[in-house]
Design a protein around this ligand. Structure first.
Ligand code: SAM
Length: 323
């Protein structure tokens, strides 16, 4: 960061939760955030573009915390989430009801989604207000989801957190920071050609596991739609949001396209020793585009008892300075 001018532009093109983008905003940088997934884009929009709660004028200027209270108190509805993601759903084509949420939480999620949709369809909330409420819903639902990490599978027994009632909790805003940031949706390797920044941070997926498939329920919450829910996991169609960084055949070209088309000379890239490309492979790939240096950080590894992997995992932080 020491090479980036104060107040300069930093791109975070795989922004995920938006927490790195938010930290960059707090440091006074102008941020360009992007991701392929809608819920990640919503998180970044809230964290970067809002410094205070919106006014909800279309709801008689109801204070933000009262809007959330109203949503928390809605009577439950048995609709899409209850049908597809709770045990109250039907057995369909031999697929047993899914246990991502208790019936009580899924039917509350249905009620909240339908209310946000109705307010939006009737023009009673702005797109920023809708985005904030959906961001809050994604966070609230994620806290009570009956999963072990991702939405690739639900647990067969209920976790203690899944049994808690879902609650919409107000986002805390920190005022006084610039809001002239941009948030974009799409593959970084396609967006890069129209972007200019002093520094670009890339935190790609490093394994074959596609985020779009593993976080499909959060995507459905953010999109406020009712897609086909396929198979045991109830996957939405996700291939249009697949990541080139999850396949060995496409990852090199995707990195290359970002480095060569973006108007930016300095890149920081996070990667893991467990990733598709080894340290040596990453180094030689990056050296095609510029001068490469890197640091290693070791962290305790979360592992099951029968894991053959070592007790620590090494993460790499590469710097590529374009030549
Ligand atoms: C490791 S996570 C990033 C975590 C993030 N740094 C944070 O603070 O939460 C990887 C992210 O990259 C996104 N992603 C995957 N392929 C992408 C691509 N080609 N372009 C943009 N985003 C992509 C995923 O949707 C996911 O949100």
């Amino acid at each position: 960061m020491e090479h980036t001018p104060a107040g300069g532009t930093v791109a975070d093109l795989m922004c995920g939760t938006g927490s790195v983008s938010e930290a960059l905003k707090m440091k006074g940088f102008r941020v360009i955030a992007a991701d392929v997934l809608t819920f990640a884009v919503l998180h970044a929009q809230v964290r970067l573009l809002l410094n205070r709660a919106p006014t909800f004028q279309g709801l008689d200027s109801m204070p933000y915390h009262c809007v959330l209270e109203q949503l928390n108190l809605l009577p439950v509805r048995n609709e899409f989430f209850t049908r597809e993601f709770s045990p109250a759903g039907p057995t369909h084509q031999g697929v047993a009801p899914r246990k991502y949420f208790t019936e009580a939480n899924a039917s509350k999620i249905d009620a909240i989604r339908l209310q946000i949709k109705q307010w939006s369809d009737c023009g009673l909330i702005t797109s920023a207000e809708k985005g904030l409420l959906l961001h809050d819903l994604v966070l609230a639902a994620n806290k009570v989801a009956n999963i072990a990490g991702t939405y690739g599978h639900f647990r067969s027994t209920w976790s203690s957190t899944a049994l808690r009632p879902i609650e919409m909790v107000p986002t805390i805003f920190i005022s006084g920071h610039r809001t002239d940031h941009s948030v974009l949706q799409g593959p970084a390797e396609h967006l890069a050609q129209s972007l200019k920044a002093d520094l670009c941070y890339l935190d790609p997926p490093y394994m074959k596991r596609q985020y779009a498939a593993n976080y499909h329920i959060l995507e459905t919450l953010a999109r406020l739609d009712e897609p086909a829910a396929n198979g045991v996991s109830g996957l939405r169609p996700w291939r249009d949001q697949h990541s080139a960084f999850c396949t060995k055949t496409n990852i090199r070209a995707a990195f290359g396209r970002i480095f060569s088309t973006m108007q930016c000379n300095r890149f920081l890239i996070s990667y893991s020793e467990d990733g598709l490309l080894s340290l040596g492979q990453l180094k030689s790939l990056f050296e095609e585009y510029g001068e490469v240096s890197y640091k290693c950080f070791s962290y305790p590894r979360f592992r099951s008892n029968d894991s053959l992997l070592s007790g620590t995992v090494t993460e790499y932080l590469f710097q590529v300075v374009k030549s």
